[in-house]
Design a protein. Structure first.
Length: 342
């Protein structure tokens, strides 16, 4: 009886013309990623207030599914829901990026085989590992969470991997970076389906920006490694104290009483990059900290970090992080004027 009721509900749903979205959850799922799909697509409405999507949750078998938290989720539908969907989401799960993970579980392979031809398939965060193992990303552009970039690139050399973006869309196969980037991906899909006005209204109702500037680079903490034993530490400490002014290679070498050639060789051996590249990275780190924590103007930040002009700062932040100084400050500080005093 329950199955007949469920089938009838799906039949009614298929008859009403709405776009069907199925979210496939797995053991040790990340509940935030499930919730954001329901929240965003569930809020999309046409001009009359009619819902534009129906979002269903399914699993490899109906029942209780563990999450990576202290609660479980009861899922009423099995994998047959995937065959009824126009869009299929595969959110991440705790063990997706385990280095020892091998081929897909046969039950998961069979479930994905139910996805009908022409349906969109999208992953959130490390759900991209599932799509890649299923062969759905071969030859396609894709991304994943930046912490898993090295493993993903090594595991799937046939994928056109882009670690710097928030999401990708390659002819109906889509991937997103971290969990929150799933929001960006969902808004992109709603925008593609129904236009900017609908997507913007969903974003407004969810209190998120309809579009975020830049990619993952601005969220990655990238301190350069410090060697256990160093013959260039004095020069680096001096450079950090003088970031506000031009610093030459000759001055750096003088701090260690070596020639510029010897200093450059030792520096690269210890830090893994050139003195010039390291110096630029330090200036970017300084500028980001000032943008986040102070009320200094962009011109003042540029001067303090040693870029000289606001234009130079913009060029370097765009090259390193993919965003402007103003956009970076808006992302990490917004309107919190008390940040400078914390």
């Amino acid at each position: 009886m329950d199955n007949m009721c469920e089938d009838r509900a799906m039949t009614v749903f298929a008859a009403d013309g709405r776009h069907r979205v199925a979210v496939l959850v797995r053991d040790r799922m990340l509940p935030f990623e499930l919730g954001l799909v329901h929240r965003l697509f569930g809020q999309a409405r046409d001009d009359t207030g009619t819902p534009l999507y129906e979002v269903l949750t399914c699993a490899l078998a109906p029942g209780e599914i563990r999450t990576d938290t202290d609660f479980t989720v009861t899922v009423p539908r099995g994998p047959e829901a995937l065959g009824e969907a126009d869009t299929v989401f595969v959110p991440g799960a705790e063990n997706d990026r385990a280095p020892e993970a091998g081929p897909l579980d046969p039950a998961l392979t069979a479930a994905l085989a139910r996805v009908r031809r022409g349906a969109r398939v999208a992953s959130i965060c490390t759900g991209s590992f599932v799509l890649a193992r299923a062969g759905l990303l071969a030859g396609r552009r894709a991304t994943t969470h930046w912490r898993s970039s090295a493993l993903f690139r090594e595991s799937f050399p046939d994928v056109d991997f882009d670690p710097g973006v928030l999401y990708t869309d390659d002819e109906g196969v889509l991937t997103s970076a971290g969990a929150a980037a799933g929001i960006d991906l969902c808004l992109h899909m709603i925008r593609a389906d129904h236009g900017a006005a609908v997507a913007n209204e969903v974003a407004r109702a969810t209190v998120v920006p309809p579009h975020r500037d830049g990619g993952q680079a601005q969220y990655i903490s990238r301190p350069l490694p410090e060697p256990a034993v160093s013959s260039t530490s004095r020069a680096r400490a001096w450079a950090l104290a003088n970031l506000h002014r031009p610093v030459t290679l000759r001055e750096l070498a003088a701090q260690e009483a070596t020639s510029t050639r010897t200093f450059t060789r030792r520096f690269r051996e210890e830090i893994g990059t050139s003195p010039g590249r390291w110096l630029t990275r330090q200036r970017v780190e300084r500028a980001c900290a000032l943008l986040e924590r102070t009320d200094l103007s962009v011109d003042e930040v540029a001067a303090d970090a040693g870029f000289g002009t606001a234009g130079s700062l913009r060029l370097h932040l765009q090259a390193e992080l993919g965003v402007s100084p103003t956009a970076y400050r808006a992302t990490f500080r917004g309107n919190d004027r008390s940040a400078a005093h914390r």
